[in-house]
Design a protein around this ligand. Structure first.
Ligand code: GLC
Length: 528
């Protein structure tokens, strides 16, 4: 077992509020065995990069034993590492090595469904009287007509599959290989709590909880009112809050202050904020409403305001995310320019709330082009953002081979870590500078935040903690826009400017009065 060696420092209390969390899709991070798929040894090998970059925690997309129909989001054993990624000893080494560098480790926990190969489901489907029959959602009836009109969120067909063995339907909100657990069954809840304890005992610092809002189903499983096209992924039932409180009690048994962040896929921040409970449910939840918008100042001002209105009154700590393993990378969504990717980095890392970075974002990657015959995703649309990370300029980009499970992103010859690290003006240095400024500034990490009235082309805000003040302005248009920081009687200094040189505060000088096109600026009061 690993003893965490993290020194708490200022981040000891509520470390997850201060942290920047870096998402790793292990299949695509770094391969040490030469099979074309990344592994835990590869994560260990790249920890020095993450320490250099300055992130505080890593979140590993699922590493548990899995037939990989949905690349680990179909779990066959919650208490082991899939051999593709390594074993428990490698995992323990990863936790120790990460902690030695001051980096916490967050796992992806998939509570809504298991794999159809999980021994629990194998037993459940074996007979109507099986010990674990009631651990999943079964309905008898006519094989001609599924029990309700719910559609699978991944495969597009019915969310029910007819099982010949016992002549009954089972529910799967995702693929047929991902049967839903029945969380109203206390045996299921206890068994799932034990899986959390298994990893917490090994020193894990928290969990990203996959579609956790879906674990409570509506009584009687009625048809969705919107008809078959209605979106099952927005189920939001009151019972979920009791389940979350019980999960929180398990986390609170542990001294390392384990954190939970829920993938609560509700696009209304007010409903998302309810998942924090009275500080006794989730510590954090993703707020995807911001992610689904354009690169547009009006959109971002509205997204920030609606998050403030939803989260602030109940003291729920916000989160911000621009990219992940399910979405086209944001540089591409926002039109593909380097300037926009750089300005977006300033946005993400200076808003009030915990930022989540998706591996490769610091290189400014866009999605790989994946020909149909090379696609693996059961939904058929998420392979591009899951492409292998290019580490160097060689033909295999730091991987053991050039033909990995997915092709590299375009531009990997220039946009790889080695090349970008050698260029002090590159985007990876911008991310690093932002993370450094953030670490040094209480105002940026945990200070209050107020939007500033400014030109409609800009999103601008002020962060404050005690005497410390930081102003951020992002210009989301293609022309320079004048901007007056508050109290402009006293001079402001440019601490960081996304499109220009990236340096220490002192090197950038006095604020000139306008924000360049497609760029973000961090201003601090000039030293007197
Ligand atoms: C979440 C994951 C996604 C997965 C789905 C089913 O949305 O992020 O990758 O396919 O849940 O587990």
């Amino acid at each position: 077992m690993t003893t965490p060696t993290l020194d708490g420092g200022s981040a000891a209390g509520d470390w997850w509020k201060h942290a920047t969390i870096y998402q790793i899709y292990p299949r695509s991070f770094c391969d040490t065995t030469g099979n074309g798929v990344g592994d835990l040894g590869g994560v260990i090998d790249r920890l020095d990069h993450l320490a250099w970059l300055g992130v505080d925690a890593i979140w590993l997309s699922p590493i548990f034993t899995s037939p990989m129909v949905d690349h680990g989001y179909d779990v066959a054993d919650y208490c082991d590492v899939d051999p593709l990624f390594g074993d428990l000893d490698t995992f323990d080494r990863l936790v120790a090595e990460a902690h030695r560098r001051g980096i916490r480790v967050v796992l992806d926990w998939v509570p809504n469904h298991t794999s159809d190969r999980h021994p629990w489901f194998v037993d459940s489907r074996s007979s109507r009287t099986a010990a674990r029959r009631a651990w999943y959602v079964w309905r008898e009836g006519s094989r001609e007509r599924p029990p309700n009109n719910w559609m699978s969120a991944l495969s597009g067909g019915s969310a029910w599959t007819w099982d010949e063995t016992t002549s009954a339907w089972y529910l799967h909100l995702f693929t047929p290989e991902q049967p839903d657990l029945d969380w109203s069954n206390s045996e299921v809840r206890e068994a799932m709590h034990e899986t959390l304890r298994f990893w917490l005992d090994r020193g894990v610092d928290g969990f990203r909880m996959d579609v956790v809002h879906l674990i409570a189903k509506p009584d009687g499983l009625p048809d969705l009112p919107g008809g078959p096209g209605d979106v099952v992924i927005h189920i939001d039932e009151p019972e979920v809050h009791g389940y979350l409180r019980a999960i929180r009690s398990v986390l609170d048994e542990y001294p390392q202050q384990p954190m939970s962040v829920g993938e609560v896929y509700l696009l209304d921040p007010t409903r998302v904020a309810e998942y924090y409970g009275d500080h006794d449910e989730l510590h954090l939840s993703f707020n995807f409403s911001a992610l689904h918008g354009r690169w547009d100042a009006g959109h971002w001002r509205a997204a920030i305001r609606s998050a403030q209105r939803a989260f602030d009154p109940v003291e729920a700590w916000p989160t911000w995310v621009l990219s992940n393993h399910d979405q086209t990378r944001h540089r591409q969504r926002y039109g593909g320019s380097e300037r926009v990717a750089r300005a977006a980095a300033v946005l993400l890392l200076t808003l009030r709330g915990t930022p989540f970075l998706y591996a490769g974002e610091e290189l400014g990657l866009v999605d790989a082009e994946v020909p149909p015959e090379q696609r693996h995703d059961p939904a058929g649309r998420r392979d591009g953002c899951r492409a292998p990370i290019p580490w160097d300029a060689s033909s295999t980009h730091g991987w053991r081979r050039s033909d990995n499970w997915l092709p590299f992103p375009p531009e990997a010859g220039d946009r790889n870590l080695e090349t970008l690290r050698n260029d002090p003006a590159s985007i990876v240095h911008l991310y690093r500078a932002l993370l450094r400024i953030r670490r040094q500034s209480t105002a940026l990490r945990v200070g209050s935040m107020e939007l500033i009235d400014a030109d409609p082309a800009l999103v601008a805000w002020e962060r404050t903690a005690g005497d410390e003040r930081v102003v951020v302005a992002i210009n989301m248009t293609d022309r320079p826009v004048p901007f007056e920081p508050p109290d402009h009687s006293s001079p402001w200094t440019v601490a960081l400017e996304s499109s220009g040189a990236v340096g220490e505060r002192s090197s950038l000088g006095e604020y000139p009065g306008a924000i360049a096109e497609q760029s973000g600026v961090v201003l601090v009061p000039a030293a007197t």
